[in-house]
Design a protein around this ligand. Structure first.
Ligand code: PAN
Ligand code: ZN
Length: 193
């Protein structure tokens, strides 16, 4: 095999203190305004967006593309906090490609990984530092930070997976997580179509 420059091994460094990749190709921010449809308390969201539109999470990306393969790393750092009592979370998505799984590795913080199929199967995986979850193909996935510090996780997936957000924007997940007297409480999402 004739190796090209991109076919050689490559390592990147994760900074545990900061909870981010030291080397990344792209960084993205998701503010409350990017998630306005995701939270239950739409009126409170509107006010908070107008006031200071806080950053809910950031993503640091690194893509490994060789002449035969593609692999991506995404490090997500979700801030602690609630809006209308509902914990900060990622938007959540399905993969466009129906045969694409993913690995999530929680490296900092506490929370839940919510998973759901289009047929309505639902799972909530409890996360503490060190939990590694396999997300099978066809399961939508969202992470919720229920702690009082940032929740950081590393995602490993193929770029070919693609992201589909529309169904989650429309239907949300079966359950939401609210803070009640310092505890995480699950409630049924009553805004489903
Ligand atoms: C992750 C997510 C990342 C942000 O890299 O894209 O955590 O979450 P949302 O994409 O739901 O906003 C991943 O699952 N990639 O496939
Ligand atoms: Zn994904």
């Amino acid at each position: 095999m004739n190796l090209l420059k991109e076919d050689y091994p490559l390592s990147v460094q994760f900074d545990f203190e900061k909870g981010e990749l030291s080397t990344y190709q792209k960084r993205a921010e998701r503010k409350l305004s990017d998630l306005s449809m995701m939270f239950q308390a739409k009126e409170i969201v509107k006010q908070a967006v107008a006031k200071d539109d806080p950053v809910i999470y950031e993503i640091f990306y690194y893509g490994f593309q060789t002449s035969l393969s593609d692999m991506a790393l995404g490090v997500t750092r979700i801030q602690p906090g609630t809006i209308g009592g509902e914990y900060y979370m990622t938007k959540g998505h399905y993969h466009e490609a129906h045969d694409q799984p993913e690995i999530y590795f929680c490296v900092k913080g506490n929370g839940y990984l919510l998973l759901e199929t289009r047929e309505g199967e639902f799972r909530a995986e409890k996360w503490t530092r060190g939990t590694i979850s396999h997300i099978p193909p066809m399961w939508a996935h969202r992470v919720v930070n229920i702690g009082n510090q940032p929740l950081v996780f590393v995602a490993s997936y193929h770029l070919a997976a693609g992201h589909e957000y529309e169904p989650v924007i429309k239907r949300g997940f079966l359950k939401r997580i609210f803070e009640e007297n310092g505890k995480a409480v699950f409630t049924l999402n009553n805004q489903r179509e």
